[in-house]
Design a protein around this ligand. Structure first.
Ligand code: PEP
Ligand code: MG
Length: 581
């Protein structure tokens, strides 16, 4: 009889493999008294462990291919720097001497003291730094205990095809684990809209988040099944269950092969309506995946990933280099570069305001609000995007707009930067389209205002759902309330699409809802014609489009918009999705 662990399935797919638990902070440490004449030996033992940890990380750093994105290597560099820092190297040695205790206990005491300081600060960036300290400390502890340190950042062999179980994973760790060949992962914390979840989907890694606990009796090497669609992890599996899942895995594989045949086919409905299918990307390698999936361009490039896991802010030159390299990879396809969406859960630590404690970060100075307040952060990016537009089809997109005043301020800043470039004789495309994301209910309710002044709009349902339903997208305690089919959300989406039609401003959708094939027909029926989705969802969405008829989806979508009964909505949606073409 198998046992089931439940969480939130955030990235579909079935993975069958051996468990690999990632070292958390849960290693039990005891204090032991060290006789005075052995203190120096104990200190040497500690120093040797730090040295070994450093060597291990350097080995990992060197084993990463050169084309790996800088954010991942920077993440390892941060850990290496910590291993040079006196707070982790000198202070524990002092403690061994003063307390005459074992190295493990001294290191634990120092870690706890540092954690207390970080906890008091209650700042997202520093919390991330605290996690980094825990990762580094845990590596040294395991070396001290003589354990094999097979953590996420090493030992590719143990990680290949493994199902990783961790308390939490950062987006950078997730990308690295993917690179090391894991089959899927489970974390105790996190929700479906966290950036780790979004990355898992874009990497095509089956994943479950927010299991709260993963019992101790699940051990390294146990064979388990991860069902990302159902959000379950099966342990103690018998042969019958294993066979059933292997069959499903094969069927999924077959389906993927079938879908691949759609790659070069246009996204056209049965009644001849042409739909534009673009891709969302975070890392440079996603751009290649988007091209492989046959995307017609990039509808959302989240530039904040370029700013994460590093100590400094990339300057105009570095940003320009990155944009050029994406333009080159796209070979003439358009890219929509979203200006920085930092703040709230996406702090990079070095941005202005990063050390301010704010009561509600998601409602605070994030995205365009932060950028407008700090032109020194924003202007170099505006310059880099404009300059990149001289090299290929680039669109600029502004996140989280909420008022006319804000919109006017951004547009006049962009004009100002254009004048500056003209004065300098620097090339850019004067007609580069400028669009805005509609992700705040206020913006959706006054979409006409944005549609009149901008060249395109893109609906960010991840935030639109968060702000409309008042649920923090990273808090797994309220994940159960996340519902893109809530009548309020659907009506807001419809208002944006209608405003676009009225002012002849193209409207696309780049939130997660656009990539969920269960919502494709509904969105088509509501009038959406441009979708931007993860490369991994693109062909499935295209398949649904090719089997849909607009004249059938429109009346059902209208019926859905007319009701506020969730049962009627789900019944109508099921009917809409069942009808075959
Ligand atoms: C959104 O909010 O829907 C969106 C696409 O932006 P992000 O997920 O990066 O906040
Ligand atoms: Mg958003």
């Amino acid at each position: 009889m198998s046992t089931t662990i439940y969480g939130t399935g955030v990235s579909r797919g079935i993975a069958i493999g051996k468990v690999h638990r990632l070292a958390g902070t849960e290693i039990e440490i005891f204090e032991a008294a060290i006789p005075a004449h052995l203190i120096e030996d104990e200190i040497s033992r500690f120093r040797q462990a730090v040295y070994t940890a450093r060597q291990q990380l350097k080995a990992i750093r060197n084993s990463i291919p050169e084309d790996t994105s800088v954010d991942i290597t920077a993440f390892i560099d941060t850990h290496l720097l910590m291993l040079e820092d006196s707070m982790l190297t000198v202070a524990p040695a002092e403690l061994i001497r003063q307390r005459q205790c074992n190295a493990e206990w001294a290191l634990k005491s120092q870690r706890d003291a540092l954690a207390r300081v970080f906890e008091k600060m209650d700042d997202p960036y520093l919390r991330t730094r605290k996690d980094d300290i825990d990762h580094v400390v845990s590596r040294i502890q395991r070396i001290l205990r003589g354990e094999e340190t097979h953590t996420a950042l090493e030992d590719s062999e143990q990680l290949r095809d493994a199902i990783v179980i961790a308390h939490d994973l950062t987006p950078a760790e997730t990308a690295l684990l993917h690179h090391q060949g894991i089959a899927g992962f489970v974390t105790e914390s996190g929700g479906p809209l966290s950036h780790t979840a979004i990355l898992a989907r874009s990497l095509g890694l089956p994943a479950i988040l927010g299991t709260h606990v993963t019992p101790d009796w699940i051990r390294d090497g146990d064979t388990v099944i991860l069902d990302g669609a159902q959000g379950i992890l099966l342990t103690d599996i018998d042969n019958a269950v294993l066979k059933r899942y292997r069959r499903r895995q094969k069927a999924n594989q077959k389906r993927r092969t079938e879908l691949n045949r759609l790659k070069d086919k246009p996204a056209v409905t049965v009644d001849g309506v042409r739909i534009c299918l673009l891709s969302n990307v975070e890392l440079h390698e996603d751009v290649l995946a988007a091209r492989r999936a046959g995307a017609e361009g990039i509808g959302l490039y989240r530039t904040e990933f370029l700013f994460m896991n590093r100590e400094d802010i990339p300057d105009e030159k570095e940003q320009l280099r990155q944009y050029h390299s994406i333009i080159k990879t796209l070979k003439g396809l358009p890219v929509t570069i979203r200006t920085l969406d930092l703040g709230a859960d996406k702090s990079c630590g070095s941005e202005p305001e990063a050390d301010h404690i704010v009561p509600n970060p998601a409602l605070g100075l994030r995205a365009i609000r932060l950028c407008l307040k700090h032109p020194d952060l924003f202007r170099p990016q505006l310059r880099a995007i404009l300059r990149a537009s001289a090299k290929g089809p680039v669109r600029m997109m502004i996140p989280m707009l909420s008022s006319a005043h804000e919109l006017n301020e951004v547009l006049s800043l962009i004009e100002d930067v254009k004048h500056e470039l003209r004065r300098e004789g620097t090339a850019f495309d004067p007609d580069m389209p400028i669009g805005g994301m509609i992700e705040v209910p206020a913006a959706a309710l006054s979409a006409g205002l944005f549609a009149r002044k901008l060249d395109f709009l893109s609906i960010g349902t991840n935030d639109l759902v968060q702000y409309t339903l008042a649920i923090d997208r990273v808090d797994d305690a309220v994940t159960y309330l996340y519902d893109p089919l809530h009548p309020a959300v659907l009506r807001l989406i419809k208002m944006v699409i209608d405003a676009g039609t009225q002012y002849r401003t193209p409207v696309s959708m780049c939130g997660e809802m656009a990539g969920d094939p269960r919502h494709t027909r509904l969105l088509l029926g509501m009038g959406l014609r441009d979708f931007s989705v993860h490369p991994t969802s693109l062909l499935e969405v295209k398949d649904v489009i090719q089997h849909s008829r607009i004249e059938q989806t429109t009346p059902v979508a209208n019926e859905i918009l007319d009701t506020d009964d969730p049962l009627i909505i789900s019944g109508l949606l099921a009917r809409l999705n069942e009808s075959s073409e």
